[in-house]
Ligand binder design. Structure first.
Ligand code: NAP
Length: 306
């Protein structure tokens, strides 16, 4: 079968012929329809993730959409985080218990673009972030997580959703996703951008200076959920900002979810996607072009199709 293959850490994959996976106990072979390229795939393949450096060669792709016995499924893999191959191939070996069967009317490529990015947005808002109806949410960044978070906050009953993005394209995506206000993160005075806002929850995939500025717009007792560090591995937050408003800062990772929590989140996302209420911008690229696509990841979700 054709597959993307990482042969050297820190380098993009290229396509190669690999043996089809052999069925093992409690596993199934999925016919892959679509596999997104995400920041986690690149981080794992860099060899610098907190999971440690993976053994090479391996097929990347921590998630995908495929079919089993003619039925559409979403599936995760451990590629790059533990031993085993991933979704960027014609077929993938997946633990039976990890499969999530999807409604028939879910568009497979659009669902692949949402995947774990939307799971993170949904669970960070509703579970870790304890979003309540009518609350105000600030969403930082408007990549896949940000676009999903704007729509999911609205679906969860948020009263006001404020988005912030550094690029004009990101700000356009935020408007299309339904944000009530869209702020610029490429401004000289970041704190000034958030002045006048008073939010209950900060959904933060960026960290760094944008998160430090946005935290100043949280109300007393406000919650700040960090789920990524796209703008920086450190954040210039002052003690007085945290103390003066008794802010609650927490971290979130999809890896802490139980199999059941993850499956329920995927099902929620799939139903919203099938109803046309949830989508993120994406581009479809043939698996054969994985090297070029991998190199430009980060400017809009790319979904590979074998
Ligand atoms: N904790 C978890 O379980 C979990 C799950 C999924 C994702 N994540 C993390 O969440 C983050 C976002 O993921 P994603 O899937 O949304 O990625 P993505 O689709 O590639 O989007 C990343 C966005 O970050 C923005 N960005 C990058 N550097 C920035 C900077 N210096 N200042 C402001 N904005 C910046 C980009 O904005 P522009 O488009 O405006 O350039 C881009 O839209 C990543 O760090 C990812 O690892 C965590």
């Amino acid at each position: 079968m054709r597959a993307a293959l990482i042969t050297q850490l820190g380098e993009p994959p290229s396509t190669a012929d690999r043996d089809k996976p052999v069925v093992q106990p409690d596993h199934v072979v999925v016919d892959v329809l679509a596999a997104p390229i995400t920041p986690l795939d690149l981080l794992c393949a860099s060899g610098t993730s907190y999971f440690g450096a993976p053994a090479t060669p391996y097929i990347p792709g921590v998630q995908g959409i495929g079919t089993v016995g003619g039925r559409a499924v979403w599936f995760p893999t451990s590629a790059g985080m533990a031993a085993g191959n991933g979704s960027m191939a014609e077929k993938a070996l997946v633990r039976q218990e990890d499969l999530v069967f999807l409604p028939d009317d879910v568009p497979p490529v659009a669902m692949a673009a949402l995947g774990l990015s939307a799971v993170a947005a949904h669970m960070a808002l509703t579970w870790r972030g304890e979003l309540k109806p009518d609350e105000c949410v600030i969403v930082l960044g408007c990549g896949a997580v940000g676009q999903a978070a704007i729509q999911l906050a609205r679906a969860a009953g948020a009263g006001r959703v404020v988005a912030a993005a550094r690029s004009a394209k990101g700000r356009e995506r935020a408007v299309r996703a339904g944000a009530d206000a869209v702020l610029a993160l490429d401004a000289d005075d970041l704190a000034e951008q958030f002045r006048g806002e008073s939010a209950d929850l900060l959904l933060d995939p960026l960290f760094g200076p944008p998160a430090a500025a946005a935290a100043q717009a949280l109300r007393p007792g406000g919650r700040w959920v960090n789920l990524g560090g796209s703008a920086g591995e450190t954040c210039p937050i002052t003690s007085s900002t945290l103390r003066s408003r008794s802010l609650k800062l927490s971290g979130y990772t999809n890896n802490e979810l139980s199999t059941q929590q993850r499956a329920e989140a995927i099902s929620t996302i799939a139903h919203l996607a099938a109803q046309g209420q949830l989508s993120v911008d994406h581009e479809v690229v043939p698996l054969a072009d994985v090297t070029e696509a991998w190199n430009r990841q980060g400017h809009g979700r790319i979904v590979l199709v074998p």
